[in-house]
Every structure is written in structure tokens, then in C-alpha cells.
Design a protein around this ligand. Structure first.
Ligand code: ATP
Length: 515
């Protein structure tokens, strides 16, 4: 029996050479992700998940939930950690968002170009300023490729080299400097407006949230608030003791100024957040602990760890409540030579409980049953976008391989793959189909598997390669004689024979392997 989940034919650092266009088109063609409201012309920043995308998303969600809540990690004392889950309302009392700082402070600096009417986020526009102060400065979209930069320098600055310029972002410059800046999509300086703060919460009107007059409420911009609001309920109703965690997975909404890069930055998305409550003296230790756990998890779902980068977010760039933040970043196809945020790990101190206690007037202190110390615990928070995790695994899996009919395959780890296996009768001959159907009926009790009877075998393999099915089990003439089937491995296309009654155990073993 083959023991490896092969990666031999994978091109190293494939995502940097894979075009986002190809990923988006595969997602549409094979039913991973569709533009929302497509038949009405779409709606900017919203996406729908198709049959395979939904399976993939559910798998990632379930693997995270299992790693956090069902079988939480073993702690430093050798015992499993205590982590429980909640599922809180998307709309909460608006006072909650006053306390959390979202009403006053959840803003992005937004500006427009007077000439093109295009809108930008100031911290997502970088500016090249001539070191000698001569000539205009040039602004670029954060994701501008090197050749675009070179081309514009050629056209607008007579080919002056990039090394003649200092680089900064627009939000760091005073408005007076804007007169000399050529916007990302224009040829003349001075068209960019002054950045203004734009609140990113999406509000609902016409809701009588507190039973009285209709007031404005908000769709939650993060799931963690619902955890803090239930901190006392959880402590009072379950047997958890600090240190412990509360996890939540659910929809979040942010009125992003510039939704972009497919499902990377959207206005509606799903988040998976853990709030780990601990004593402040132990918080630095738990921060390290969770950092290691998150890396282990990414490895367990098959991510190529060499494409990750860990950014220790410096003072001044962190959220005001954060004492320490590490961004786990990934090299997406649109990241150029840099990286973009995949997941955040933050030490939030006890900011949230302090605020909600003050604004609600409800005591949220925890009393240590051993020492009788009363305190508001500190919080370590790993926060990951489920849909961003899905995009990351899509980009990571997309592997160009001109040597096969599909020209590519999706190198999903068996644990995340939407289909774990395909059962393929070699031909539609009478004795192949019943045997295949029997195997399918046995396996479908345990795994998401496909039974695919139609078309020639090459086309069926190609389809499974495109949707990232790790194994194809093929039933042929020999199957009836000796009850064996061939296993075709997606990555290497290598084939071997195994007993039909070993197929379920075979898949089970492959799902657990860490590559
Ligand atoms: P940014 O500064 O890039 O807007 P952020 O740092 O405010 O984002 P967090 O509040 O830390 O983002 O969000 C936690 C996680 O949620 C991110 O690491 C990412 O995985 C995901 N996420 C955040 N915003 C979006 C979005 N608009 N679309 C999809 N996923 C998102």
C-alpha cells in the first residue's frame, strides 16, 4: 500500500506563478465560488459558495472546530484545554458596539480621485516620492505589480529608477503633499481628495432593538463581541475555570472601502475566533502556546508552510487594545514579493471585558475558586477568516501540470478535499457498475465520495483532478476475479492495486497524514 501523500510533481512556490484569473475561473467552472446576484449584474464585495465550495468551507470549519472545541489541544500541564463554543446573534444591542469602540473607532481612511471617481483606502495606496525632491510623486495601488510600477515610471518620470524614490503609504502623508502626487489611475498630479474616516460597520434601519423606538443597529463586524457578552453566562452555566476558551464561528460584515482580490476582502464573510481567557501573568506564555498551535493546525490541513510569513506587528501599527499581535501571512498570487494577512493572533489584555462591564453596568469579574482573587481575565485571540482560509487553501492547492489532460490539479489535503474519493467503473459494462455501486454505497456512509459512471476514464480522472479528489478507485475486470481495485493518486497519477475491503481504512489513514 502506498504510504505517501505525494507532492513530488508540485512546482515549488506555485501560487506566485498561478494567476488569480485561473483560480477564479476554476471556481466558477467547477462550482466552488460564484459572484453573488450574478444574474442581476453582481454586487460588489459579496460572493456565493457553490456545491464544492460549500463542502470545502464546511470541511475547513469542522477541522477548526474539532481542533478547538471537540478535541482541544493538550495544555502545558499535560491535560486537554477547556474550550466551549457559542453561537451568538449577529445583531446585538447597539450599546455593545459603543463599548467595543466600533462606533467611534472602526474606521478606514477613504479618499477619491476627482478625475476618475475611483475610491481608495489611504493605507492601501503606496507612494513613491523622489529622494531629491524634484518631479512628481507617484501613487500606486497596494497590489501593483513590479512591471506596472516600471511602466508608469517610464511614462511619467522618464524611466527614473525606483531606487531614486522613497516609499511610503498615502495615510502617512499630510494633505499638503497631495498636490504633487499623481493618483494610481491618472497621469496628472493633484486629483486625490483629502482622506476622511469611513465607518466600516453595516447598519440596519427600522429595527426596534430595545423594544422602544426604532433605532439604528449594526450587523456584527466581528464574532468575538458575542463571546465577551456571554462570558458570565458561560462561567455561570458550565464548569469552566480560568484558563479556558470560548470559540465561535459565524458571519461577519464590514463595509470595506475597496473589496478586492476575489474572496480575500469581502463585505460579508465568515470568521472563526477563539477567545482564550487567562490570568494576566500567564498571558505571554499562552500567546506563545497559541502561536505554536495555529502553526500546527495549518500544517495539519496541508498548507505549504514555506509560503507563510509571521509578522510581529510593531507598536503603532497594532489595534489600540492589543499588547502584542502576530499576523500569520501568506504569499497569495496577488501579494507580489510580499505577503498578505491570513490570520491574526492578538493579546487583547482585558480591554473588552473592562469596556462591557463599564457600559453595561454588569459585573463581569471572575473569582478564582482557589485564591479568591477577583479579576477580569486577559485574552489571547486567534482570529481567522473562514472564507480567507478557503481562498488560501484554493491558492495553495492550485498546481499547474501541463503533463495531464486537465493541465492542472488541486492539491488539497485529503482532510479538506470536498470529495475524498471517486469510485469509477472502468467501463459501463454490467459487472463493473454493480461492484462500483456496492463500494460507493459502503463508503458514502463514512466519506463524501463520488460515483462517476459516464464518459471515458481519462475525462473522469481529469474532472477529479480539477476538483482535487485525492484518490480514484477504479473497478475493472480483475476486480471480480480477486476483489481488488486500482487506486490512482491524484498528485503523481501513480496507480496500485489494493483489496476492495481495504478502501475505507486506506482513506482513513490518508486523512490523518501530515505532509
Ligand atoms: P484589515 O486591516 O486588512 O482590514 P484587520 O486586520 O482589521 O483587516 P481583523 O479584524 O484582524 O482584520 O480580522 C481577522 C481576520 O478576519 C483576518 O485575519 C482575516 O482572515 C479575516 N478578515 C478580515 N477582514 C476580512 C474581509 N473583509 N473579508 C474576508 N476576511 C476578512
Amino acid at each position: 500500500m502506498a504510504q505517501t501523500q505525494e507532492k513530488e510533481s508540485q512546482t515549488p512556490n506555485a501560487p506566485t506563478t498561478v494567476d488569480m484569473k485561473d483560480i477564479v475561473s476554476l471556481c466558477k467552472r467547477r462550482g466552488f465560488v460564484f459572484p453573488a446576484s450574478e444574474i442581476y449584474g453582481g454586487i460588489n464585495g459579496f460572493w456565493d459558495y457553490g456545491p464544492l465550495g460549500t463542502e470545502l468551507k464546511n470541511n475547513i470549519r469542522d477541522l477548526w472546530w474539532k481542533a478547538m472545541v471537540v478535541t482541544p489541544p493538550i495544555g502545558p500541564d499535560g491535560q486537554p484545554l477547556q474550550i466551549v463554543g457559542v453561537d451568538s446573534a449577529i445583531i446585538q444591542n447597539p450599546r455593545c458596539w459603543e463599548a467595543s469602540g466600533h462606533i467611534d473607532g472602526f474606521n478606514d481612511p477613504m479618499l477619491d480621485c476627482k478625475e476618475t471617481q475611483k475610491r481608495y483606502r489611504a493605507d492601501h495606496v503606496f507612494v513613491l516620492i523622489p529622494r531629491n525632491g524634484e518631479g512628481p510623486s507617484l501613487a500606486f495601488d497596494k497590489d501593483a505589480e513590479d512591471d506596472e510600477v516600471a511602466q508608469r515610471l517610464k511614462k511619467l518620470a522618464r524611466g527614473r529608477p525606483k531606487s531614486d524614490y522613497n516609499r511610503t503609504t498615502l495615510d502617512k502623508l499630510p494633505f499638503e503633499a497631495f498636490v504633487n502626487i499623481i493618483g494610481p489611475d491618472t497621469k496628472t498630479p493633484g486629483t486625490l481628495t483629502k482622506p476622511r474616516q469611513f465607518n466600516m460597520m453595516i447598519s440596519t434601519g427600522g429595527l426596534s432593538v430595545t423594544g422602544g423606538e426604532e433605532t439604528k443597529s449594526y450587523l456584527r463586524p466581528e464574532t468575538c463581541a458575542g463571546i465577551f457578552l456571554n462570558f458570565k453566562n458561560v462561567v455561570d452555566s458550565s464548569r469552566v475555570k480560568v484558563p479556558f476558551g470560548i470559540a465561535q464561528i459565524g458571519k461577519m460584515f464590514r463595509n470595506e472601502v475597496t473589496p478586492r482580490n476575489f474572496i480575500f476582502r469581502t463585505r460579508e464573510f465568515e470568521g472563526m475566533e477563539l477567545e482564550w481567557f487567562c490570568h494576566k501573568d500567564e498571558a505571554p506564555m499562552w500567546f506563545e502556546f497559541w502561536f505554536e498551535q495555529r502553526k500546527k493546525w495549518w500544517q495539519s490541513v496541508g498548507l505549504d508552510m514555506t509560503r507563510l510569513h509571521y509578522l510581529e506587528v510593531p507598536d503603532g501599527d497594532r489595534a489600540h487594545y492589543s499588547q502584542r499581535t502576530i499576523d500569520i501571512e501568506y504569499r497569495f498570487p496577488f501579494s507580489g514579493e510580499g505577503y498578505d494577512e491570513l490570520e491574526g493572533l492578538a493579546h487583547r489584555g482585558n480591554f473588552d471585558l473592562t469596556q462591557h462591564q463599564a457600559f453595561s453596568g454588569t459585573k463581569l469579574e471572575y473569582m478564582d475558586p482557589v485564591t479568591n482573587e477577583r479579576y477580569l481575565p486577559d485574552v489571547i485571540e486567534p482570529s481567522l477568516g473562514l472564507t480567507r482560509a478557503l481562498l488560501t487553501l484554493l491558492c495553495d492547492a492550485y498546481t499547474v501540470d501541463p503533463g495531464r489532460p486537465s493541465g492542472m490539479y488541486m492539491n488539497f489535503h485529503p482532510s479538506v478535499a470536498p470529495k475524498k474519493a471517486a469510485i469509477l467503473p472502468l467501463t459501463a459494462k454490467e459487472d463493473h457498475v454493480p461492484l462500483a455501486t456496492k463500494l460507493y454505497m459502503d463508503l458514502r456512509e463514512h466519506y463524501a465520495v463520488d460515483l462517476d459512471i459516464k464518459q471515458n476514464i481519462g475525462k473522469r480522472y481529469a474532472r477529479q483532478d480539477e476538483i482535487g479528489t485525492p484518490f480514484c478507485f477504479t473497478i475493472d475486470d480483475q476486480t471480480r476475479a480477486d476483489q481488488t481495485v486500482t487506486v490512482r493518486h491524484r498528485n503523481t497519477m501513480r496507480q496500485e492495486r489494493i483489496g476492495m475491503d481495504h478502501v475505507a481504512a486506506y482513506i482513513a489513514a490518508e486523512m490523518k497524514k501530515i505532509s
